[in-house]
Design a protein around this ligand. Structure first.
Ligand code: NDP
Ligand code: GDP
Length: 330
């Protein structure tokens, strides 16, 4: 039975990846940091029905000794580094924490692997945000980077360190440059989930408006369930490499709103406002990925349309709010 270690197992991708690997017969160990609200941290793993099938190991990306100890104990065949301060907007408020966790934290993990178990295959969660102020209309593995936030700069550092550990130490280290991917388990602060949660609250009469920031930015959105499959495929290759993972379609926030509200029989224009206070200090206006290499080499392609994914997210948020309302009445 192969063993995988996942950092960030309590996040969106960590939960979907754990479920995928368990289905494939892996032993799955997740790095989980101490929290005073441990019952809430497990929520995504519980939602997918895999909480009692994963092993959680106490540790933190900022504590390299915890990483070395876990890697020595577990001896993983595959290590997936998904842990990060992952929210772009928060990275302007906490640039040093973001640099420490999202940038240097990744290197703590690479060092732990190199020192304690260098035969492990390594996946680094890189991001399309590294393209930032885009240098080509469609971004692929050869497109120059231009990060536009502390988050993107930290991810770019970790990305180049992945390449360096591969080239300097011969680690089997791959970097997945993933475009935005969402699901009912996406954090509520990200725009897709903020919108689907807003639709549910408006539909159920719990709110009548939804304040957003820039409605004109566009993103290449896929489904997290599809994207974790690409992570696994990268580590099954003989040779480690870097891959863009995307759908090849870009959609504005405004159009996303139209789709989400229409799914609940509502008109977005009657409810959505754009507030200057929610604009970012620097915006990434457009992201559009070319997943050609992933298709050619990994045989990977996205299988879920934006409309189906948003429909699934709206339905899940409606169900969550109904359940909460029922619980309050009983
Ligand atoms: P989430 O924000 O949902 O999850 C982040 C995870 O990192 C959580 O499990 C969190 O733990 C953990 N974490 C944060 N800080 C630390 C720390 N110091 N030590 C250990 N664990 C820590 O992110 P996603 O699942 O959406 O994304 C997974 C990865 O992919 C991230 O690195 C993200 O930046 C990257 N990415 C995501 C994209 C997307 O569209 N989703 C696109 C491209 C890249 P806790 O639960 O305790 O907070
Ligand atoms: P990101 O691409 O990782 O920053 O993912 P987000 O979901 O946080 O943001 C995607 C885009 O939506 C960005 O261009 C934001 O400026 C835009 N956006 C507009 N309104 C909002 C909002 O209220 N919240 C968030 N998170 N993003 C918003």
């Amino acid at each position: 039975m192969p063993t995988a270690l996942i950092t960030g197992i309590t996040g969106q991708d960590g939960a979907y990846l754990a479920a995928l690997l368990l289905d494939k017969g892996y032993r799955v160990v997740g790095l989980a940091r101490r929290s005073a609200s441990a019952d809430r941290v497990d929520e995504r793993l519980r939602w997918l029905g895999v909480l009692d099938r994963v092993e959680l190991a106490d540790g933190d990306l900022l504590d390299v000794s915890s990483l070395i100890r876990i890697i020595q104990d577990v001896g993983p065949d595959e290590v997936y580094n998904l842990a990060a301060q992952s929210f772009v907007a928060a990275s302007w408020q906490q640039p040093l924490l973001t640099g420490s966790v999202t940038g240097l934290g990744a290197v703590n993990l690479f060092e732990a692997v190199r020192l304690a178990h260098p035969q492990a295959r390594l996946y680094q969660a890189s991001s399309s945000e590294m393209f930032g102020l885009i240098q080509q209309p469609v971004q692929n593995e050869k497109t120059p980077f231009y990060p536009r936030s502390p988050y993107a700069a930290a991810k770019l550092y970790a990305h180049w360190m992945t390449v360096n550990y591969r080239e300097s130490f011969g680690l089997h280290a791959s970097s997945g440059i993933l475009f935005n991917h969402e699901s009912p388990l996406r954090g509520i602060e990200f725009v897709t989930r903020k919108v689907t949660d807003g639709v549910a609250r408006i539909k159920l009469g719990l709110a009548d408006s939804l304040a957003l920031g820039n409605l004109d930015a566009t993103r290449d959105w896929g489904h997290a369930r599809d994207y974790v499959r690409a992570m696994w495929l990268m580590l099954q290759q003989e040779v480690a490499d870097d891959y863009v993972i995307a759908t090849g379609r870009t959609t504005s926030i405004r159009e996303l709103c139209r789709i989400a509200f229409a799914h609940a029989g509502l008109d977005y224009a009657a409810h959505v406002t754009s507030s200057a206070s929610l604009m970012r200090p620097a915006e990434v206006d457009v992201l559009l990925g070319d997943p050609g290499k992933a298709k050619r080499v990994l045989g990977w392609q996205a299988t879920t349309s934006l409309e189906d994914m948003i429909g699934e997210m709206v339905d899940a948020d409606l169900a969550r709010h109904r359940a909460r309302h029922l619980a309050l009445r009983t």
